[in-house]
Ligand binder design. Structure first.
Ligand SMILES: [Zn+2]
Length: 368
């Protein structure tokens, strides 16, 4: 499916959310013309290029603006990116340049992964976490599912991704829609161009293996929030149910309007522990430049969810059920998604959902 959630769209004045709009049906996404997307990216670049420094005077910023526009017009920008179904501006995921950070406190740490599948943690967070058995369990299982999910994404990748370095602009990555089942691989990205800290000059960064790894996580999670809900259902049911001693009580699906300049609809899992604690778990937040995988619910609401949006919480399996019902009644698929790929993508995602426990077992045999 053309999952338009999490597209790197710009904030649109004409987006009016109501409960239907944020319903996580694949058919009820906010579509926008590719011109809108491209214009938003361009505007976002202008913002990045000129900075948001309130001390910058108007005359200064217009001088910079004129210089920039002489080198590359919006029309050129539009023409260069128009053919892509999704475009990521590296400026929006600049966190990839600092891969050695604790996933909990986000402070720099040079420590290696604390367990095979845990995310990187600083000493102080690790000690706190080790004293909290339910939370330690949650982090470990989420870390493991995340690594498996990325593997699944690599195996299912069918889009072609191109690095686009346009004059005077930071690196963009454009997604060319592929056919489900026709496997592609990620491009090897050796360096990226990004604005310096002052936002005034473009500098080129050669990417380390760690930085490239984090960039690949971003690329593998673009437009995948719905798919992650759809394909992981049986695995999450199995893992939560498998162990009576598991501290996890419930997993649900949550769809919302994010506090994000370029994304207006997003979804995540929520995990509730038997001790009552509640967390947002997002296997696809890194596409938005958001680094943590496990965030206490109140903190996630505060940091990521627009207060004016109408949130929707669903039982695990909701997106899967809706997608299956769309396929049994193709008229319910939005008109612009009824082409061969709209149906193929849904069929493929449901097949992966059916296979997910088997694929997990295969993966776990080798990796666990
Ligand atoms: Zn920490």
């Amino acid at each position: 499916m053309e999952v338009r959630h999490c597209h790197q769209h710009g904030e649109e004045e004409d987006v009016h959310l109501n409960s239907d709009d944020v319903h996580p049906s694949i058919g009820q996404t906010h579509d926008r013309s590719s011109e809108d997307i491209v214009r938003s990216n361009w505007q976002s670049n202008e913002l990045n290029a000129y900075g948001n420094d309130s001390e910058t005077t108007l005359s200064e910023s217009s001088v910079k603006k004129d210089t920039n526009k002489k080198s590359f017009s919006f029309e050129d920008f539009q023409a260069a990116l128009d053919s892509y179904k999704a475009v990521i501006d590296i400026s929006n995921v600049a966190f990839i340049l600092e891969p050695f950070r604790c996933t909990l406190c986000q402070q720099p740490t040079s420590l290696p992964l604390t367990t095979k599948f845990s995310q990187r943690m600083c000493d102080s967070c690790r000690i706190t976490l080790d004293a909290d058995t339910p939370l330690r369990y949650l982090h470990d299982i989420v870390g493991e599912i995340y690594v498996f999910w990325l593997r699944l994404r690599r195996e299912e990748l069918c889009d072609r991704i191109e690095q686009v370095d346009l004059p005077g602009l930071p690196t963009h990555l454009g997604f060319i829609e592929g056919s489900p089942g026709n496997k592609t691989t990620l491009p090897t990205i050796a360096d990226v161009r990004i604005h310096d800290e002052a936002g005034s000059a473009l500098v080129s960064h050669a990417l380390s293996a760690e930085q490239r790894g984090l960039l690949e996580e971003v690329l593998l999670t673009v437009n995948q929030c719905h798919i992650s809900l759809l394909v992981l259902v049986q695995l999450l049911k199995k893992l939560v149910r498998a162990d009576a001693d598991s501290p996890i009580l419930q997993v649900r699906e949550y769809c919302y309007q994010p506090k994000h300049e370029l994304c207006y609809s997003h979804c995540v899992h929520t995990f509730t522990l038997k001790d009552g604690r509640h967390f947002a778990i997002s296997f696809t937040d890194r596409q938005l430049g958001w680094y943590p995988l496990v965030v206490p619910w109140a903190e996630y609401l505060d940091r990521c969810v627009k207060t004016e949006s109408v949130p929707n919480m669903y039982d695990l399996g909701h997106v899967h059920m809706e997608t299956a019902s769309e396929l049994s009644d193709p008229d319910s698929i939005p008109e612009d998604e009824r082409g061969a790929n709209g149906v193929l993508q849904r069929e493929r995602a449901l097949r992966v959902a059916d296979e997910v426990v088997g694929r997990w077992k295969e993966w776990a045999k080798k990796e666990r």
